[in-house]
Structure formats: structure tokens, C-alpha cells
Design a binder for this molecule. Sequence first.
Ligand SMILES: Nc1ncnc2c1ncn2[C@@H]1O[C@H](COP(=O)(O)OP(=O)(O)OP(=O)(O)O)[C@@H](O)[C@H]1O
Length: 627
Amino acid sequence: MVRLFAEYGRKNLPFFVVGLLASVLNRLVGIVPALVLGVAIDAVFFQNTAYALPLVPESWIPATVTGQFWLSFWLVIVAFVAGVGLSWIQGLGLAVYSNRVQHTVRVDTYDVLQRLDMTFFDDKQTGQVLSILDSDVRNLRTFLDSTLSGGLQLVVSVVGIAGVLFYLNAQLAAVTLVAVPLLAVFTVWFMRTIRPMYRALRESVGALNTRIENNVAGMEVIKASTTEDYETTRVADASMDYYQRALAVVRLDYLYQPTMELLAGVAFAATFAIGGIWLIFGPPWPFTGELLVGEFVTFLFMTQRFIDPLSGAGRIVNAYENARASGERIFGLTDRDVTVQDSSETVDLGPVAGRIEFDDVSFAYGNGRPVLHDVSFAAAPGETVALVGPTGAGKSTAAKLLLRLYDTSDGAVRVDGHDVRDVSLKSLREAMGYVSQDVYLFDGTVRENLLYGAFDATEAEMVAAAQAAEAHEFVSHLPNGYDTRIGERGVKLSGGQRQRLSIARAMLQDPQILVLDEATSAVDTETELLIQRALSRLTTGRTTLVIAHRLSTIRHADTIVVLDEGRVVESGTHDELVAQGGLYATLWGVQTGDVGGVSADALDRLVDRIREGDVIEQGATTDGGED
Ligand SMILES: Nc1ncnc2c1ncn2[C@@H]1O[C@H](COP(=O)(O)OP(=O)(O)OP(=O)(O)O)[C@@H](O)[C@H]1O
């Protein structure tokens, strides 16, 4: 909380100071009516003391009783009006302050989030992240808006009024203040007990959000699998967990708050009893001296004003603990170590020729098992290198290493001879275009999606890119052409259309190096032809790392690198690899139908034998008779 205030609170300090001063003044002004009333009772109504107010010069006090009465009246009115004005300033000042801080914390947290390593996003559930940016940030605002000022008001009230009570009657004040240590001990116990409960509650909010977010994103699968009831049960379970944790917090809170009120009430009752006995029978033992009626009335008013905030301390402590749990989650996110980032020696890549090189690269995700082992290959500027191999072989992983989404565990990835870790991420990624198998289009218009990352492109350039990507025609037929909204993740477009838009986007960005990940999967033959045409325009003159399962599309690649279980098992041109008769030749044979009706089992055995080093003639069948 101190850090929150130091890092974010200080920037908007004037609003906070104004709000806080108004709130403190408001408390002080709130004391005036009770003080004036007490003085008026003794000096004006009973006329047994002289009319005197603290801090008010004697020359200002009227000489007549009527004058003193009206002075008291106007002082009370002015105090009320001033209280209203101060409340307004306090509310507005603190609201502006806390909302500004909320805005800064949210934007800063989001900014840091984008720079975190991909491993964070692999592990972290979206709902947890969203709940940090949403409800945790909101909790901090509430803390800064009402809790912090409430806490300071409490301190001011308690200290200020305790001073007034001592000023009025030190002996009676001691009776009232006996409750304070008890309340303090009880509060410390409460804070310690409720803290872990709040942490668990915040986690639970995140888990519930994750469940709902996942389900909304996977609605198609839920409907197709008719698992609505199952998912409702899972959401109900997550919601029940949240409910139970919230209830545990509330239960404790409702033990704490009334107990605080009870203790405060006992202090008030004791003050009333002792003061009352004092007035009727004279000072009870061990008290001494005289107590006046007006003095006692003021004292009781003040005791009430002292007790009220004390008994409300529970709410403040509660809100504080909630905000503290949120603060921990926010700073827990922003304080994460980032490995994939620019170092102080980072330089810009400069004009890019486009040479790429993998030099003995090994890699494992997080602490998992290695998924790439000593992978080496290279592409000269303008060349195409294709990665092929069975599913899970590590092709996409290699592409991600080129984009430096992750850092290698061993070996180096180089662009134009520079280790990608030595050049700035911005210049590296600006030199690359990425067309992934999972085409991501943002909620917005076709135009916004095309210009994404190439914001300065002209209309003519955009249309030219769309034409080259074979996208212009279908876009022209959309209801509003380039201004048609295509919905979140491009759901209103077909897979092939989405791919062509992403090709056009890459063309507009005009990178020297391209990474194409499965860009031709899951489309019909005609669309595939269009996409192939678009891709060959896109890749002309650019270094391209392409991952494709359909070997026909990469037959003309300058180098084909065959990966299997994270290792390069073969590399060469198409003709060389087919002639070699290894894994590539087998995959090629299967895809072109040369192997005949090979069953999945037979293919597995075939692949196993190749791994074991057996040379298999292209088109040969395995030893199982019917295969
Ligand atoms: N983010 C990740 N965290 C942990 N492991 C991962 C992650 N992404 C991939 N893997 C694992 O790394 C291995 C290689 O995956 P990769 O996606 O690179 O294979 P691929 O050859 O591209 O497969 P496919 O052809 O099916 O796309 C797999 O075993 C996969 O389970």
C-alpha cells in the first residue's frame, strides 16, 4: 500500500491534499455545534459560567445573553453549511485523485503485461489476468477514494477528539479512552486473521473469471459437444468456491464489526454512568472536582463522535485488507522477472538484408523437457527455408525462436549475423512478418485490421496489398467493403478469407523476413490456389521461414529442414530428400499417394523404423501383411 501510494499516488498529490484537508477540516467543523451547545447551556441558559469559546478572542463575544444566544445559533448554522461545502470538496478531490490513480495503475499494469515473457501467458489463465486489470485495480481505487481518507479521518478524529475530551474533563476522558487499547488489540487480531482469507478470495475471483472467459471463447465446442449442463456445473462450482470464501470473510467481518461497536458502546455507557452519578451525587471515588451540565452534554456528544469512528474502524480495516490483497496481485504481476527484453547493450538491427541462421539451437518451454535439440540451418537473404516433420516435432517452436518470443536455452538464432538477443526487440520484430496458423483478427473493420502495424499506409497501398493477397474481391463484396466490421477474432469471415487478410497485412508491413506458420491449412482447393498465389507474391524477395504440413506447397523451397522430436533428421532440397528415401520421402509418398493405403498404425511403425535408422525404400510397405 505504501508502494502504491509512493509510485502512483504522488503524481496527483494536489487532489489528494485538497480532498484530505477538506475531510480533516470537515471533522473539526463537525465538533463545533457540540462545543457551542455545551457552552450555551452553561453560559446562556443556566448562566452559571462566562461565555468563552476556545480559539475565539474574547472581544468577539457579545456582552448580552441574547447576543451570545444568536452567536451560538449562527456558529452552529455556519458549521453545518461549511460541513456541506467541505464534504463536497472532499468527495470530489478524492474521487478525481483515486480515479486518476486507477487509470494510471491500469494502463501501466497493462503496459508491463505486454512486455512479460510468453512463458507467463503460457502458464497464466486469462481470467486471472483480467481480474487483476479489472477488479483488483478497482479495489485500489476504492482504497484511495474512501478507505485511505477514512483511515486518516479516523486518526484525526480520535486524536483530535481525545484532546478535546481531555481539555473538557481529563478524569472522565480516561474512562472513555480505556476502550482504545482493547479495540486496538482486537483489530490487530482481526487483520492477521482476515488477510489470508482475502488473498484466497481474490484468487477465487480470478478462477471464476477464467472459467467464464474460457467457456465464452469455446462456445462453439460447448454447443457442438452438448456440454452446456456440464459447463454450468463447472461455473457453479467455481462460483460456489467464490461464495464460500466471500462468506468466510463476511462471517469474520460480522464478528469483528459488532464487537467493535459493543466495546465502543460499553465505553459510552461507562462514561454516561460515571458522569451522571457525578452530576447527581458529586464526584465518585477516585474522581474529584465539579462537573457542569453543559460540560457533561458536550462531553457525551464528543464521546459519541469519538466512539462512532472507532466502531467504524472495522470497515476501514476490512477495505484495507481487501485492497492489500489486490495490491499484492498487481505488483506480483508487474514485478515478474522478464528475460526476453532489451539489454543496455542492445542495438537496432538497422537495414536488414534478411539472412537467418539457427546455430545449434536447443530449447525447452519453462522447466519442461527439451523440445529442440541442436537445431542448425540457415537461409540466405531472399531464400525460403521450410520446416517439415510430424506434429509436435518443434516446427512452430523454431519459428517462435526466430521472432524471439522465447530465448534459446542453448545455441543462437541470428539475423544478418546478429544474435537476436543483441538487437532491440522492436527493430527485430519490425524486420519480420508473421502469418500464423491461428489468424488473429481484432474486433474492428477490415481496414483497421489491414492497417494494423502499418498505420501510415495509404488507401492505395492498402488496396494494392489486398489485391496482391487475393482479398480485394471478397472485401469489395462485404456489406461496407473495407469498413465492414468483422467481429472479434474475425468470426464473420471464413478461414481462407482470414488468411488472405493476414497475408495482406503482412504485405503492408513489408518486412524483410517472413514467418509463415501453416498458412495453407484447412481451406478448399480453389482457396488454396488463391492463397498460394498470394503467398508467392508475398514471399518474393523476402527471406521466408515456412512451416507447412502440405509438402506440395514447399516443394520449391531452397532448403527443406526435416524435424523429428526436436532434432534435424534431414535437410536439403525436395529432390535431394526424396532421393535420400528417409522420413521426408515417406511423408511425401504418403501425401502424394505413392505409399498406397497406409493405415495410421503402419505409418507409425514406418516412422519408428526410420527413427531407428532403417532405410526404407519409397513406396515400400511395412512387414504387416495386409498393410
Ligand atoms: N507454450 C508451450 N508450453 C509448453 N510446451 C509447448 C508449448 N508449445 C508447444 N509445446 C510443446 O513443444 C513441442 C513442439 O511443439 P510445436 O508446436 O513446436 O510443434 P510443431 O512441430 O509445430 O507441431 P504441429 O505441426 O502440430 O503444429 C510439443 O511437444 C508441444 O507439446
